[in-house]
Ligand binder design. Structure first.
Ligand SMILES: [Ca+2]
Length: 153
């Protein structure tokens, strides 16, 4: 499937109620995030029961059942050089929990873990990388991802 062209934007806010907004599957993925609402596991052993506001809205998650070790990567649109406030809600509950990383990329640079990222040259983008654990109790959920210009207040 051809990849859609990645847009350049100055801010992005997504609550996943209707779609994935500007977020897209990144190269190297073996699995997808999916939009969902309500409990992800009937027995309540993994995953959230509600969205991040405690209500019945949508969030996105990787469904660990039957998918051990899969890797789902979700890429933001591009952003011009500058400082941004990057905030998101995440939920990682389950005995076999995998890992969630957030990377920042900038053109002409190697990727860096976001928390260690300090300066950049040129446009940049962000990527979530969710690796499912060894068993079903490894759902990883995200919601309300916000990237806005300037520093976080
Ligand atoms: Ca939501």
């Amino acid at each position: 499937m051809p990849r859609a062209e990645i847009k350049t934007v100055t801010e992005s806010q997504c609550v996943f109620e209707n779609d994935f907004c500007d977020w897209s599957r990144a190269p190297g993925s073996t699995f997808n995030f999916q939009r969902h609402k309500g409990q992800t596991d009937a027995a309540g052993k993994t995953g959230p029961r509600t969205n991040c506001k405690g209500s019945d809205g949508y969030f996105i998650y990787v469904d660990a059942t039957g998918n051990p070790g899969e890797l789902a990567k979700l890429r933001s649109p591009n952003f011009p050089m500058g400082h941004y406030c990057f905030e998101f809600w995440y939920h990682m509950y389950g005995e076999d929990m995998g890992t969630l990383k957030v990377w920042v990329f900038a053109s002409g640079m190697k990727r860096k873990l976001l928390k260690k990222f300090a300066k950049n040259q040129g446009k940049k983008w962000f990527e979530f990388e969710a690796r499912i654990g060894n068993n079903f109790a490894s759902d990883i959920a995200l919601d309300d991802i916000s990237i806005t210009p300037g520093r976080c207040l």
